[in-house]
Write a protein that binds this ligand. Structure first.
Ligand code: 26W
Length: 836
């Protein structure tokens, strides 16, 4: 099988093609080549295949002119491409052989590739999974994002245990996976003046700074299809290289300054998630990207020669969180000022084009931009936002035909309810006034969704409650997140994938595209040989991880212990602190045991990995505590056979691909109601790791699928959280009384068991004072749940069955299911088979 067009795919031809690229593209000698060179040549050879499929796909899209969807995301956390491309093309074995003939090993070559890490965490990785699924499902979808020169920072850990940040120069060696499109260029304006022209809301925007947006295309191959979709990333360039007038006046610095500031726009990914900063450069990124993407989408539509009012019949634009919300006033600007449409027609088009996905209900993560900043950077857009608020259409119904006839306003629907008006306004009063981007995204969109059932309920009943009451519930849906089983099972766990194919007697191309087929594994929980093989693969994956730790940290890991993994961005709501305090509790308990008793406990190795936002002090302190706890307990001869702990630096997609298949249990322990969905929970379960978690996000739906007896739940439920926080504030109970076990752990840290206790006071105080994330309320049940994990793990036969059942019930969480829900119930797009 091969998805190739035109190129020969026998091993001989592949070898030839790689050698050809060594000699021509790289201008090097095949007999004098290192792994990096071999990687580059192999990548270029694979790329030739992708390009042919890409061309064919785009040709079909142009010819058939279907409705298309566009996924606007500031982050695409793609990871590595070569292995994925080989698997999707069905050419892994051929290239493996071809590379071997040239004297290289495919494993070593794959390791040469740097991750494309243009994202922070869940939101960016979700976008990457959705691109894979769109191509695999033959759906006409393009991604639009920014081509950051520097992706997420590289994390180093200092000897004291502090996180240090270093830049990520991922483009240092050429990137074979992108095609510069120097001919696809748009002007983007900033600053300047906006002058109103007439009473119809039209205006002219002039002056200021103009910047060029240049397109780079990244090919997205589908699995077992010819469809190869596109991810278009914009790079900013100065419109004029430098200002000759300043140069001639002897002002060299001034002359290069404008070029610096233009290039700055796409220079770096902002490394914070869940906190907003209100930085001008971030606002410029958001506008630069939405303006270029919309111009590109509009140009493509105009080639169809249809009336502009039909735009929503040809384009659906998905807003990945509120980051691209400026696309809403930008489309209004183009339609009114350039296309000269009247306001209502323009608003009708806008509200039939956009779709908004919310990814978090945490208040500090909800974007707000100061009105004076928008006025300064985007004066015309500020006018339009004010017009949406006051003048014209604040909350028209969304059908084009009756836009003007069925005009209703909040005031008319809820007379004299001034508080409601203030709550719903796009502008938050204060010093300065701020634009609430979630409100703008909501009223400017056809539909709004959350990313797991509980989260979507919270969106409907908390942050957008007033909008539900005003616009009706049917606009507010749910699409539970998903993950691509290609990368997150076949690629990262090839042995398990092979065992599944063998057992189901199905080619992997079948079950990887219909993941519910995994249910066919259920009867095999009774098959001893199968269970044994299942367990052996998990064991080998643990050894692979141990090997990685030895290579990178020089430490030997006990692979006979239970592997317990928590890997995600560091954040108080995700409660890594709960985990590390639990580890300390376990350590103290072990210390108090006799050696004979210790021998009876389940041995455990705990892994942490994750980055903290560079300015997030408490999160960084948590890393420091983890590293120093590891230093002490890993060296304690009394306990080190029973409990060890590792913080693996520089968490990435590639590291996740090693960690996830190796886990026995993974932790997803956010305070109830705070984690919108989580997606790594799905990845662990798909790889037969069990889940220890709170009743939050997609954990709930995972438990519904696998059955509560196969997950370890603990902690308070969402409805209790508000009351508990109220009690913390108004009826605080001393920690020693409320949770003595936790109080003892905190005291030991304070007393200096893990180095200078002083250092950790600010972190410990988040628990002692206020305890916003309810560690003291959940600690006892957390420890109890860990005990239940130990007990279950002791019964190794039953554990393997749980593991198999978990994998078997993961069908729902394929991103193919999710992308099809978006296609059908949101975007209204259809498959476009690509065949000649
Ligand atoms: C402006 C700062 C900022 C940056 C990123 C605020 C918020 C974000 C993201 C919305 C945060 C994020 O990544 N949310 C995660 O989205 C995943 C995919 O839906 C979910 O699985 C995670 O639960 C959610 O935390």
């Amino acid at each position: 099988r091969s998805a190739l067009r035109g190129l020969d795919t026998d091993v001989g031809s592949i070898t030839k093609s790689v050698v050809h690229h060594v000699q021509t593209s790289l201008a090097r000698q095949p007999h004098n080549l290192d792994d990096l060179g071999a990687y580059q040549a192999a990548a270029l050879s694979v790329r030739d295949n992708l390009i042919l499929n890409w061309n064919e796909t785009q040709l079909q899209y142009t010819r058939k002119a279907p409705k298309r969807a566009y996924y606007l995301s500031l982050e695409f956390l793609m990871g590595r491409t070569l292995d994925n491309a080989l698997l999707n093309l069905g050419l892994k074995d051929e290239y493996k052989d071809g590379i071997k003939r040239l004297g290289f090993s495919i494993e070593d070559i794959l390791e040469q590739e740097r991750d494309a890490a243009l994202g922070n965490g869940g939101l960016g990785r979700l976008a990457a999974c959705y691109l894979d699924s769109s191509a695999s499902q033959e759906l006409p979808l393009w991604g639009y994002g920014l081509r950051y020169k520097y992706g997420i920072f590289q994390q180093l850990i200092s000897p004291e245990g502090n996180q240090l940040e270093a830049p990520d120069p991922w483009l240092e060696h050429q990137n074979p996976w992108e095609l510069p499109r120097l001919d696809v260029v748009y002007d983007v304006r900033f600053y300047g003046q906006a002058e109103r022209l007439d009473g119809k809301g039209r205006a002219q925007w002039t002056g200021g700074q103009e910047v060029l947006a240049i397109a780079y295309d990244v090919m997205i191959p589908g699995y077992g299809t010819q469809t190869t979709n596109n991810l278009r990333l914009w790079e900013s360039r100065p419109k004029r290289g430098f200002d000759l007038n300043s140069f001639n006046a002897g002002n060299y610095e001034g002359a290069v300054e404008s070029s610096n500031s233009a290039e700055a726009i796409t220079s770096v990914l902002y490394p914070n998630d869940h906190t907003t900063f209100g930085k001008e450069l971030r606002l410029k990124q958001q506008y630069f990207w939405t303006a270029a993407s919309l111009a590109d989408i509009l140009r493509r539509f105009k080639n169809l020669d249809k009336p502009i009012t039909e735009f929503p019949e040809y384009a659906a634009i998905q807003l990945n969180d509120t980051h691209p919300t400026l696309a809403i006033p930008e489309l209004m600007r183009v339609l009114i000022d350039e296309e000269e449409l009247d306001w209502n027609t323009a608003w009708g088009i806008v509200t039939n084009t956009f779709f908004y996905t919310n990814h978090t209900v945490l208040p500090e993560a909800l974007e707000k931009w100061p009105v004076p900043l928008i006025e300064h950077v985007l004066p015309r857009h500020m006018q339009i936002i004010y017009d949406i608020v006051s003048l014209r259409s604040f909350f028209l119904t969304r059908t084009l035909s009756d836009a003007s006839s069925s005009r209703t306003s909040v005031e008319r629907k809820f007379p004299h309810d001034r508080e409601r008006l203030a709550r719903m306004s796009l502008i938050e009063e204060g010093q300065p006034k701020q634009v609430r981007m979630a409100h703008l995204a909501c009223i400017g969109s056809r539909k709004v969704n959350g990313v797991a059932e509980l989260h979507s309920d919270l969106v409907r009943t908390t942050i957008l409650k007033d909008f539900v009451e005003f616009e009706g519930i049917s606009k507010f849906g749910n699409v539970t997140n998903g993950i691509t089983p290609r990368r997150w099972l076949d690629q990262c766990n090839p042995e398990l994938s092979a065992l599944i194919s063998k057992t189901l007697k199905l080619d992997k191309t079948v079950w990887l595209k219909d993941l519910t087929k995994l249910e066919g594994l259920l009867p095999f929980t009774e098959d001893k040989a199968f269970c044994k093989e299942w367990a052996a693969i998990k064991q080998r994956n643990k050894e692979r991880l141990a090997h990685h730790v030895e290579l990178t940290l020089g430490l030997k890991v006990n692979t006979n212990a239970l592997f317990d993994v928590q890997i995600k961005r560091l954040h108080e709501y995700k409660r890594q602190t709960l985990n590390i305090l639990g580890v300390i509790h376990r350590y103290l308990t072990l210390k108090n045991m006799t050696p004979a008793k210790r021998k009876k406990v389940v041995n455990r190795v705990v892994f942490f990995a994750g980055k903290a936002a560079p300015a997030y002090y408490i999160a960084k302190l948590t890393i420091r505590l983890i590293v120093n706890v590891a230093r002490i307990i890993n060296a304690d001869p009394d306990t080190k056979d029973h409990l060890t702990l590792y913080f693996l630096p520089d968490y990435s997609v590639s590291l996740a691909e090693v960690l996830i298949p190796a886990s026995n249990i993974s932790q997803h322990i956010s305070t109830a109601g705070t984690e919108a969905s989580g997606t790594s929970n799905m990845k662990f379960c798909l790889n037969g790791g069990l889940l220890l978690g709170t009743v939050d996000g997609a954990n709930i739906e995972i438990a519904e699928e696998v059955g509560e007896s196969n997950v370890f739940f603990f902690g308070h439920l969402t409805p209790a959280v508000e009351d508990l926080r109220f009690q913390h504030l108004y009826h605080p109970v001393p920690l020693e009384q409320k949770c003595p076990a936790l109080a003892h752990v905190l005291n030991q840290v304070s007393a200096g068991l893990f180095g200078d206790g002083h250092v950790y006071e600010p972190l410990l105080n988040t628990v002692r004072q206020g305890d916003y994330y309810l560690l003291s309320d959940d600690f006892d049940s957390y420890i109890a749940a860990l005990g239940m994990v130990d007990e279950a793990y002791s019964d190794s036969e039953e554990w393997v069955k749980k593991s198999i059942r978990t994998t078997a019930k993961m069908g729902k969480f394929s991103s193919d299911r999710a992308i099809n829900e978006y296609a059908e119930s949101y975007w209204n797009i259809e498959k476009v088979p690509v065949t000649k």
